[in-house]
Design a protein around this ligand. Structure first.
Ligand code: GLU
Length: 257
């Protein structure tokens, strides 16, 4: 089991890895992810999870259908967040690993006092062998103070806690570009995020969640500036998290300069 001794890693679980095609919580995949993360934690790796899925999960239990207004999204998040945490508690209980809910808003980055408080809280939880499970505090976040998407939230969380690597689980194998013949190919490693890379991110977005490749690139830029590696891997394929930590080929890795 490959670990980054001492430094924590952040694993971002996107809505696409957490929900079925019908929009329900995908417990089978959550179990797979939890099994892999538990092995790492047992091997001494400190792990923080950044999760999406609160709005998707809450929307299913309200009668409003797909939430559209901010108030509807916040209501869905309020219902869904506790359901989401209940599932995380359940899947990690099997491995006797406690989890903690941390809901962040942007002031944790901009307000020095809050930042230090949050850092101390993370440190204490990780020292105690707890997995902090982070989401945006959607129910109170207004537009001006929103992280906006969980890719950005995950990158800023990685910076906040001095992470070694951020691993983003998503519904594709990594970052794709096109060759001269217009054929798509997976890029295994990116150091410079130049205009070609930015153009390749296009407007691709998955059906669930708020991000796409553009927000993942923005997250990679935040990580690079903070000296953190970031990987994009498929959230439904086994063994990839360990491969990233072992430095083996998996998905796309963005290296700091
Ligand atoms: N915070 C949102 C939720 O839990 C997700 C935002 C995102 O996926 O980017 O539903």
């Amino acid at each position: 089991m490959a670990t980054k001794a001492g430094k924590p890693i952040v694993i971002k679980v996107g809505s696409s890895s957490l929900t079925t095609t019908k929009g329900r919580l995908d417990l089978a995949n959550l179990n797979k992810i939890a099994a892999e993360i538990s092995q790492l934690v047992k091997a001494g790796q400190k792990v923080v999870i950044v999760t999406s899925g609160a709005i998707a999960s809450g929307a299913l239990h309200l009668k409003l259908g797909q939430p559209k207004t901010i108030a509807e999204k916040q209501a869905a998040a309020a219902v869904g967040q506790s359901r989401l945490m209940r599932q995380y508690e359940k899947v990690f209980e099997k491995y006797h690993i406690p989890v903690a809910q941390i809901l962040l808003s942007r002031d944790v980055i901009t307000n020095e006092e809050r930042k230090v408080n949050a850092q101390n809280c993370f440190k204490t939880l990780l020292k105690e062998g707890v997995i902090p499970i982070v989401n945006e505090n959607d129910t109170v976040a207004i537009e001006e103070i929103k992280f906006g998407d969980n890719d950005t939230l995950a990158a800023l969380t990685a910076g906040l806690i001095g992470a070694h690597t951020l691993i983003i689980l998503t519904d594709v194998d990594g970052f794709y570009m096109k060759d001269e013949k217009g054929q798509s190919y997976l890029v295994p490693e990116i150091v410079e995020i130049d205009t070609k890379v930015t153009a390749a991110a296009g407007n691709s977005a998955s059906n669930v969640g708020t991000g796409g490749m553009q927000t993942k690139l923005q997250a990679a830029q935040i990580c690079q500036k903070a000296g953190i590696s970031m990987a994009i891997i498929h959230g439904r394929k086994k063994g990839l998290i360990n491969k990233v930590l072992a430095g083996e080929k998996a998905g796309t890795i963005f290296r700091p300069f």
